[in-house]
Design a protein around this ligand. Structure first.
Ligand SMILES: [Zn+2]
Length: 388
């Protein structure tokens, strides 16, 4: 079956060959979807016929959001911790262990139900591709089942055994790194595309992070790094050196870090939900963009430091607080996320791309920042199937 979406007031293609500017914007546009892929893009007046038709009535159509960083295999929540933090307590990585205990105690069915619920929440807000990490199991068995459950929902699965040192290894962090790079990796690699590490004071240092990423790469997993979130450190330059697809957070950067990102293929993935939810200073997107770095936006959805599944929220915060223009923020949340996952089939609307489409109840993508907190999603198609 083919579908013609006509009378699109403003179409974001993210293909400069199809329209104006980096967003490849087209006014009075139409899109034809054939099965799971985009078959045709052009002026509404020139659109070919299709089996079905939908009149967009002047509304905006953009690619589905690509959320390249989330931690959605978990149980329990951390309401009390958030409440305490908002009453003046500082955030430390130790809170992760609360979720580890709840996750280990949960059944597969409970973890799967939670993941299903949060992915559906994302979809209702326009997210059609979501990366999902492990990292709340921290044992061989619990990390492997976390990834097995995630792999049932997305091809973008990330092994994050190196989230924090497991409580059983509190006095033997080197022993834990041996586990993460050994038996745990062996059990997890079949279910993961990526390997990640929380390279931060209180989690894993530069040498440990390098060991985790190179061991993962030796098993065919592609590296990405939690880098420079809470302070300066070696994470960003390690990510660039190892050719990681993405360095995530990038909140505390030296000039050398910025230059390294700008001179590389490593995407700087900014996660403003984390700073929002921990009352921390935001990353400086303007500095990265002006230097020529490639930037993505993502939710970091997790029960501790960023319990939002909303890409529209991240776009609005990035524009208001991080120096991004609305065009840059929407690009980062779609094409940027695709780049951070090394995907060329999503994050754009062009012939041959996957038909992941997001119709807004608004005439322009700018409304995502202009109307913060307003549910603007009208229709979402994932692989050509109407899902929300
Ligand atoms: Zn994260």
């Amino acid at each position: 079956m083919s579908l013609l979406i006509s009378n699109i007031g403003s179409l974001v293609t993210n293909d400069p060959a199809l329209g104006t500017g980096p967003l490849g914007l087209l006014a009075d546009a139409a899109v034809v979807v054939d099965g799971a892929t985009v078959a045709w893009v052009g002026p509404s007046a020139a659109a070919p016929a299709a089996d079905e038709a939908l009149d967009a009535a002047g509304r905006a159509l953009l690619p589905g959001f690509v959320d390249s960083h989330s931690h959605l295999v978990f149980a329990g929540d951390r309401t009390a911790e958030f409440n305490a933090r908002m009453s003046g307590r500082a955030y430390g990585a130790g809170g992760i262990r609360t979720t580890v205990a709840a996750t280990r105690a949960a059944s597969d069915a409970e973890l799967n139900a939670n993941l299903t619920r949060y992915l559906a929440e994302m979809l209702r807000q326009g997210t059609t591709t979501a990366e999902v990490k492990s990292g709340y199991g921290l044992s061989t068995e619990d990390e492997a089942r976390s990834l097995r459950i995630a792999a049932g929902h997305t091809e973008e699965t990330t092994y994050l055994g190196a989230h924090v040192v497991a409580p059983e290894y509190a006095d033997d962090p080197a022993g834990y790194v041996d586990l993460v790079t050994g038996a745990m990796l062996d059990a997890c690699a079949p279910y993961a595309r990526w390997v990640d590490v929380f390279c931060e004071r209180g989690a894993f240092d530069g040498d440990q992070a390098r060991a985790v990423l190179t061991a993962g790469a030796a098993r065919g997993l592609l590296p990405r790094v939690h880098a420079n979130q809470l302070g300066h450190g070696p994470g960003v330059r390690l990510a660039v050196e190892l050719g990681a697809a993405s360095a995530d957070h990038c909140t505390h950067l030296t000039d050398a870090d910025v230059a390294a990102l700008a001179g590389s293929d490593t995407v700087a993935t900014l996660l403003p939900g984390a700073e929002f939810s921990t009352r921390a200073p935001y990353p400086d997107a303007r500095r990265l963009l002006d230097a020529g770095a490639r930037v993505a936006l993502s939710t970091d959805c997790n029960p501790g430091s960023s319990f939002t599944s909303s890409m529209p929220f991240c776009v609005a915060v990035a524009v208001r607080e991080m120096g991004m223009t609305p065009d840059e923020a929407v690009h980062a949340a779609t094409a940027g996320g695709a780049l951070a996952l090394r995907r060329t089939d999503v994050g754009r609307i062009a012939p041959g791309a996957r038909a992941d489409l997001h119709l807004l109840d608004a005439p322009s993508h700018v409304h995502l920042a202009y109307r913060p907190g307003v549910p603007l999603t009208a229709v979402v198609w994932q692989g050509g199937v109407r899902r929300a």
